[in-house]
Write a new protein. Structure first.
Length: 202
């Protein structure tokens, strides 16, 4: 990313940030509802308790940021990278995610319920709960990542490659239709699949 202008303010409702660098900014509790971030870099920022409802993040990177919780419901994320961040809960239900990469770091609860997702790439990251209940997902790739619990209840998956994820718990087994898993994952998920089919294994 080319040189960006430093942003020394906070996030405000309907803020319009174009090619800005937020470096180590304290944005805890900031209200950025409806904000627009275009080609921005948020690096080492404290985002705890911040709100980005209905915001638009375009060609933007969040690097090594931290937060106990972030709320960004019905927001738009396009060509966004979340790199090495540590979030407790990222509440982005009902959002539109288009070409989003989560690389490294840890998110305890990623809430993408009822979201519309196209090309989500998870690589070298740890997710506690990945909640895709009711989501429409087209294009999901996983590489060397861990997902403690995956919820695909009522989800619609297409071209979802889960072979690069270590999956521990699966909810909403029927929603797994359209996904590709490995033989090893099939073995690990055999109990959940048997329960779904009403099969008794004796």
């Amino acid at each position: 990313m080319d040189a960006l202008d430093p942003w020394l303010g906070s996030l405000e409702p309907e803020a319009d940030l174009d090619r800005m660098l937020l470096d180590g900014s304290d944005l805890a509790g900031a209200d950025g509802e409806g904000a627009r971030l275009l080609e921005c870099l948020l690096r080492g920022c404290d985002l705890d308790g911040s709100t980005l409802d209905h915001a638009h993040l375009i060609d933007t990177t969040l690097a090594e940021c931290r937060a106990g919780s972030i709320r960004a419901r019905t927001s738009t994320w396009r060509d966004v990278t979340i790199d090495g961040c540590r979030f407790g809960a990222l509440e982005v239900f009902g959002s539109a995610w288009d070409r989003v990469t989560i690389r490294g770091g840890k998110i305890d609860y990623l809430n993408l319920r009822d979201a519309k997702i196209r090309e989500l790439h998870l690589v070298d990251c740890t997710l506690g709960d990945l909640d895709l209940a009711g989501a429409a997902v087209r294009g999901l790739r996983t590489e060397r990542c861990q997902v403690r619990r995956l919820d695909v209840t009522r989800a619609q998956l297409k071209d979802a490659d889960l072979r690069g994820a270590e999956l521990r718990v699966l909810d909403g087994t029927a929603g797994l239709r359209g996904a590709t898993i490995s033989a090893e994952q099939l073995y690990d998920l055999a109990g959940a699949l048997a329960d779904h089919l009403g099969v008794t294994v004796a």
